[in-house]
Design a protein. Structure first.
Length: 123
């Protein structure tokens, strides 16, 4: 399984990378939505994307919309991992095409539960 972690914080990318690796994922990283789009186009296989909302160059919701505008990524699971906690922001992300939404700070168990919901881990 291949995951792409998109966050402008190198610390957050490291935390998510190490956790995903322990679950058996190979992990690529991007520092903003544009880098992530470039990575998707240049990578043979990405099975899951975890994306922050607030980033320079291209934010997470713009990234989600760009991915959903490309039919070849219609089935790619996208999980927002962000500090944005307002219900309207959750709705915006889900309407844009995110499959799941998790708020920072999070625990490993919270990430694990979302991965179970997306079908990546046995329940």
């Amino acid at each position: 399984m291949h995951a792409l972690v998109v966050d402008d914080s190198s610390t957050m990318r490291m935390i998510l990378r190490e956790f995903l690796k322990k679950l058996g994922f190979e992990v690529a990283e991007a520092g903003n939505g544009q880098e992530a789009l470039d990575c998707l186009k240049g990578t043979a296989k990405v099975d899951l994307v975890l994306v922050d909302w607030n980033m320079p160059v291209m934010d997470g919701v713009s990234f989600v919309r760009a991915v959903r505008a490309d039919p070849s990524y219609a089935d790619l699971p996208l999980m927002m991992v962000t500090t944005n906690a307002e219900l309207s922001q959750v709705a915006t992300a889900l309407e844009a095409g995110a499959n799941e939404y998790i708020m920072k700070p999070f625990t490993r168990q919270m990430i694990r539960e979302k991965l179970e919901l997306l079908g990546f881990l046995p329940v």
